[in-house]
Ligand binder design. Structure first.
Ligand code: ACO
Length: 702
């Protein structure tokens, strides 16, 4: 555990620099909150004009305090912050929370950098600036200007928005989701999400880390720390519009957007993404209180057929479709329900079910090895008492002898149900007021388990690649002043990373074209090679299925004429002569260099699927072949690859190999490749491989 971060989050003493006697001021509020929320360690208000504040002795300067100080909370105006940070450094303070606004968020990056560099000079770390502060139930520490500590619990919230943190602090009581810590990180000038994930992973009071994110500064570090984290992380990402996409030059660039790349990065790093604030609270409740779900067997126990059906629908929607319970399970469950109940799945113990039905049914089901996760639903009835049912559910789980699998509960009813739900949550059972939410919670726990299984893998690194050769090709193109490779060069770069490109060579003359066509073997394709003609088909500058020397001669003439008609002064380097690959299923593979997460791979089916449906998926590079296989299942049209309507499945293994090698190429050449496309890539029947037919690489600006 980082001792400096620990000094800010669990300080043994706190100075408040800019503490005030004026109850209207933030510098007063922080001292008041520390006092009112019961912080037990010494508090030293710092103010040049005051003797004491709220009973604490006040000092004119932090350097005047004759005791050791762990952390300082800063509430002086921005222009004074560098000076007080230096004072804190000289005093030997370990870390700072800077509440003050007026730094990079209003454009004053220089002031922010100055403050960070002063802090680092003294080995101090900073949370903020531009924050609400830090709150921790386990230390009764409210070092912030929001009035109270959150409902006590096991989660930790790290929020980039201050206003939202204040609102969520209050909402923890109405939503009954408990947090041990709430940390406002504002501008992340120094400590960022990654640092806090690393810290909270080792914090004994935290079982689940909840993040409200507007932007991540260093995507690679975020992913690295999230991958290392053994506790569940749930993130709500705000600002999901596809900004910047329009300016992108390649096909992939126009399809990528920050939201999709964030989604990919979260999934790869094992971070659950919340859909909205409600989902963030609901999932936090489940992830903080329950273990992950190790298998797909979800069992639903209900006293109402209707809610059972709603839960069944939700199970399918959230990726945990119900299976019938094994016969022995059904037989045992039948003993605890009327003859008109159903023991299949959902298990309907019926409206007549009382305490015994819930107690015996849940106890048996929870302990049975077939059951990986249990959803218990209850509709309020006139013959049952919700509190008694809640206690029966809790006791049955406690007394089942089983542990390590999740349970989620839904109570539907009135005020008595509300009270029973509160009781269940206080006993660490996530309880919701709708059946779909209980099922969704279990689906999150299942997904978390699946993500954890893959997110710790070592980064993919193939050995059958020649990066030096690719760099030579790129350097030669740069030497000619180009910032994009011509297709022939791009294909040679692809080939250096062992991608199965169709043989393609550049012909400068008609005669050379004939020679190359014979060398490659008929039929061939010819395309203009010109930096001025990017959309070759639109210009009539592509001819396919050329079967003879005469066809090549003819194509040379027509392509040349069409190209000059398209752009009279086009600079023409010659024509690409390439093997004509037989047609089959078209896919597109491409990349962008995302400003947050770096090289990112895109995959989708070609033609209409990509043009109209935008049916594509993303992964932060590099990815291994297993991830590449999963990636193929993520697109809506994945059935086509698996062999729709009796067609033979496509060669998904060979495609996975291409995706993995491509991802490594863009990762290895991240300083060189800004964007790239392999479009189309032809995927043949299973066992018959893949051909990369067209290649485009746009270089980074240097
Ligand atoms: N050492 C010690 N005390 C000092 C020093 C110093 N070097 N310099 C000034 N002070 C004292 C002042 O005398 C004053 O105390 P007083 O009331 O006894 O005179 C106190 O520090 C505060 O200084 P003020 O000039 O009164 O500043 P004010 O309290 O009005 O504002 C603040 C300071 C709160 C830091 C303000 O500049 C600010 O940044 N406000 C925004 C904070 C915020 O909202 N953060 C979260 C944003 S996140 C979100 O989403 C909302």
């Amino acid at each position: 555990m980082d001792p400096i971060i620990n000094a800010v989050l669990k300080p043994k003493s706190i100075a408040v620099i800019g503490a005030s006697t004026n109850p209207e001021k933030i510098g007063y509020k922080v001292v008041e909150n520390l006092k009112n929320c019961g912080y037990q360690n010494p508090v030293y208000p710092i103010n040049p004009g005051a003797e004491e504040i709220l009973g604490y002795k006040c000092y004119p300067n932090i350097k005047d305090v004759p005791y050791v100080i762990d952390a300082a909370v800063i509430t002086v105006p921005a222009k004074f912050v560098p000076e007080v940070v230096r004072d804190a450094g000289e005093k030997g303070v370990k870390g700072l929370s800077i509440i003050t606004s007026g730094f990079s968020e209003v454009g004053d990056v220089a002031l922010e950098n100055e403050v960070v560099s002063i802090a680092h000079e003294y080995g101090m770390r900073i949370i903020g600036p531009n924050i609400i502060g830090v709150l921790s139930n386990s230390d009764n520490m409210n070092a912030s200007f929001t009035n109270f500590l959150p409902l006590d619990g096991k989660a930790a919230l790290v929020s980039q928005s201050g206003a939202l943190l204040i609102a969520m602090d209050a909402a923890t009581y109405t939503r009954r989701v408990g947090f041990d810590k709430m940390i406002s990180i504002g501008n992340q000038a120094d400590l960022d999400f990654a640092d806090l994930i690393a810290y909270l992973n080792e914090d004994e009071n935290t079982t689940c880390i909840t993040l409200y994110i507007e932007g991540i500064k260093n995507g690679a570090r975020f992913m690295e720390e999230a991958r290392k984290c053994t506790k569940p992380i749930i993130a709500l990402k705000a600002g999901t519009s596809a900004h910047g996409a329009a300016a992108a030059a390649s096909h992939t660039g126009s399809l990528a957007g920050s939201a999709k790349v964030y989604e990919a990065a979260f999934q790869q790093a094992g971070v659950s993404q919340a859909e909205d604030l409600n989902d963030m609270f609901d999932t936090t409740l489940a992830l903080a209180l329950q273990p992950t779900m190790k298998g797909d067997n979800l069992l639903i126990v209900t006293n109402g057929g209707g809610v059972g059906v709603l839960a069944t629908d939700a199970a399918e929607k959230y990726g945990l479709p119900l299976k019938f319970a094994p016969e022995e399970v059904q037989a045992e469950l039948r003993k605890h329900m009327p003859s008109f109940g159903s023991a299949k799945n959902p298990v309907d113990i019926t409206g007549g079910a009382g305490l015994e039905g819930y107690y015996e049914g849940v106890k048996y089901a929870y302990a049975h090895p077939w059951v990986d996760g249990l959803a218990v639903l209850y509709c309020e009835t006139s013959v049952t008492n919700p509190q008694e049912i809640a206690e029966a559910i809790y006791n049955s789980i406690q007394e089942s002898g089983a542990t390590g699998k999740p349970v989620a509960v839904s109570f539907i009813g009135g005020e008595r149900c509300e009270a029973a739900m509160k009781w269940l949550i206080e006993h660490d059972i996530p309880t919701y007021n709708a059946p779909d939410l209980a099922v969704k919670a279990l689906a999150s726990l299942r997904k978390q388990n699946e993500m954890l299984a893959t997110s710790h893998n070592a980064p993919y690194k193939p050995t059958d690649v020649d990066g030096a050769k690719a760099r030579e090709i790129i350097a030669a193109a740069r030497a000619k002043g180009r910032d994009a490779l011509i297709e022939v060069e791009a294909k040679h770069v692809f080939a250096a990373y062992n991608l199965p490109v169709t043989p393609t060579e550049l012909a400068k003359t008609e005669e050379e074209a004939i020679q190359l066509a014979n060398q490659i073997g008929y039929p061939v394709v010819m395309k203009i090679v010109s930096p001025d003609i990017l959309h070759k088909s639109d210009a009539g500058a592509v001819k396919v299925n050329l079967k003879s020397d005469d066809d090549v001669r003819n194509a040379w003439k027509v392509i040349m004429e069409n190209s000059l008609k398209y752009k009279a002064d086009a600079e023409i380097d010659g024509m690409a002569v390439q093997q004509m690959a037989p047609w089959s299923t078209e896919v597109i593979v491409g990349s962008v260099n995302d400003s947050t997460f770096g090289p990112t791979l895109m995959f989708g089916l070609g033609g209409i699927f990509v043009e109209v449906m935008k049916d594509v998926t993303f992964k932060v590079a590099p990815i291994d072949e297993n991830t590449a296989l999963n990636m193929q299942s993520e697109i809506k049209a994945s059935k086509i690859l698996k062999g729709a309507r009796g067609e033979t499945p496509r060669d998904q293994k060979a495609l996975a190999n291409v995706l993995a090698h491509y991802s490594y190429m863009i990762y290895d050449l991240k300083d060189e490749i800004a964007e790239s496309d392999a479009n189309p890539v032809i995927v043949y029947e299973d066992g018959k491989g893949v051909a990369v037919v067209d290649a485009r690489i746009i270089l980074t600006k240097k």
